[in-house]
Design a protein around this ligand. Structure first.
Ligand SMILES: *Cc1c(COP(=O)(O)O)cnc(C)c1O
Length: 471
């Protein structure tokens, strides 16, 4: 399979190059040149285990670049890190079903993609003799999933900046208790935006970036989307087994549009999915687009579901490309309008909104709390606030013949503040988080200063080199 850019400015490249490139060099996002249709495989695939299914779903997107046995091994090692034998179990909650995607090492669905990406990076670097030093800023979830994805891996190191004392103690411990030699946590005395500005600045320092092989664990990396396509098939099959339905609906708590874009790809491939419900919190730029055809930036509002507090969704451009039938020229024009004015008018919506496959809904803070209470009362099940937004929107869109699967994106113990607000006490705990209390930590505290972070990185990378040369 060859990969192209949404903006049409690169020669087609192979899968491994696409993974290492992350963001396309013309500023666009990478996409497979075609989406394989696998509709005739459904009867065969529904009997596979999660790992076998992952292999079948990924194979056509990778082609012959990675030998079959190697790909199977990468998949097995990635999902052995999950504590549930099914990887993602489907739970029955009465009117809706919940696909639990949070059984990985950091208890959020991002592990599904980042465990695989970490192993894939290591594999590709071993074959090419390269090295990669990942740099990123985090406001919580992504940083810890990325750290756990690459800890202890050969030829990779990772530097993650988080705002000092401004993330939850659980999130902080999930990162700073990782003591592997190749992991560097940096607490920046400042805000998340300061961290992001520093990271941007260092990526813009091209001599530094090239000399030290800087790379990102972009939420736009194609391999992350690919790993997420798998559970749409998996969940649909499990729900069909239970209900006998011909097709299902999926409700997706959405921030950067990565997760729901994977669902869009699964539906294009022929998965039995008739509707994707895009669920947002008060940061509803995407819901407004799918209702009205205009994509317009607003101010970021703080909510109980922080991983969805996003205004500009980095994966949206991929959807836009398909929506415009691959017209890169029009896409470039629209994106430049958006960059300049904070708004783009894509088209006039029909009576089903912009796309009949994609429905939308908003779960406010009050809806989130109400939904957490409802399912605790009815099923003694504790939803995390992100998943609760999705469940709320699912309930507003129930269909008599099409059952709904809601994606549960995090374990509630990660967001105990929201649980306490909803239920009055903290009923959500998890042994993985409890085990972190009292563990040793390592973290450098640095001023919000690009030069200081750069000095720190150079010093650590030289030490790491020396250690590797000696071993
Ligand atoms: C990242 C995240 C989301 C949003 O997923 P996107 O792919 O960015 O749309 C939802 N819930 C949780 C818990 C997350 O960590």
């Amino acid at each position: 399979m060859k990969y192209i850019s949404t903006r049409g400015g690169i020669q087609p490249i192979g899968f491994q190059d696409a993974v290492m490139m992350g963001l396309a060099t013309d500023g666009g996002l990478l996409l497979p040149a075609s989406i394989p249709n696998v509709a005739d495989k459904m009867e065969e695939w529904r009997h596979l285990s999660y790992r076998q299914l992952a292999y079948q779903v990924m194979r056509p997107f990778i082609g012959t670049e990675i030998p079959a046995a190697d790909l199977r091994d990468l998949i097995d090692r990635s999902y052995d890190a999950f504590e549930h034998p099914d990887v993602a179990p489907l739970i029955d909650l009465g009117d809706v079903h919940l696909l639990e995607l949070f059984h990985g090492p950091t208890l959020a669905f991002k592990d599904i993609a980042l465990q695989f990406l970490g192993n894939l990076f290591e594999y590709i670097l071993a074959r090419s003799g390269g090295r990669l030093n990942i740099l990123g800023a985090t406001s919580g979830d992504t940083g810890s999933a990325a750290i756990h994805g690459v800890r202890g891996k050969q030829n990779i190191s990772i530097f993650i900046l988080h705002p000092y004392k401004r993330i939850s103690p659980q999130q902080e411990r999930q990162m700073t208790t990782v003591l592997d030699d190749n992991v560097f946590n940096v607490a920046i005395v400042g805000s998340f935006d300061d961290g992001q500005r520093i990271v941007k600045g260092l990526f813009g320092d091209l001599p530094f970036k090239d000399r030290y092989h800087l790379g990102a664990v972009n939420s736009v990396n194609w391999a992350r989307v690919l790993a997420q396509v798998v559970y749409y098939f998996w969940g649909a099959f499990r729900l069909q087994e239970r209900t006998g339905a011909a097709s299902i609906r999926v409700s997706v708590p959405t921030g950067n549009f990565g997760d729901i874009f994977a669902g869009y790809v699964a539906a294009q491939m022929g998965a039995p999915i008739s509707k994707l419900l895009l669920a947002t919190n008060e940061n509803d730029i995407l819901a407004r687009f799918f209702q009205g055809g205009v994509y317009e930036r607003g101010d970021v509002r703080k909510t109980l579901s922080p991983s969805m507090d996003i205004q500009v969704a980095s994966n949206f451009e991929r959807y836009l490309y398909y929506h415009l039938d691959g017209d890169s020229e029009r896409l470039r024009f629209l994106m430049s309008c958006f960059t300049e004015s904070g708004s783009m008018k894509v088209h006039r919506p029909g009576k089903h909104g912009v796309d009949p496959l994609i429905g939308t809904g908003v779960g406010t803070t009050a809806d989130t709390i109400e939904t957490i209470r409802r399912y605790y009362r009815s099923h003694e099940y504790v939803l995390d606030p992100h998943s609760a937004v999705g469940v709320h929107v699912a309930r507003e869109n129930l269909h008599p013949d099409e059952p709904t699967m809601c994606l549960a994106t995090a374990h509630p113990a990660k967001f105990s503040q929201a649980v306490i607000e909803a239920l009055g006490r903290n009923v959500a705990t998890h042994p993985t988080l409890e085990a972190l209390t009292g563990k040793g930590t390592r973290c450098a505290i640095l001023q919000a200063d690009e030069a200081e972070v750069k000095r720190f990185m150079v010093e650590k990378l030289i030490e790491l080199d020396a250690r590797e040369a000696a071993s």
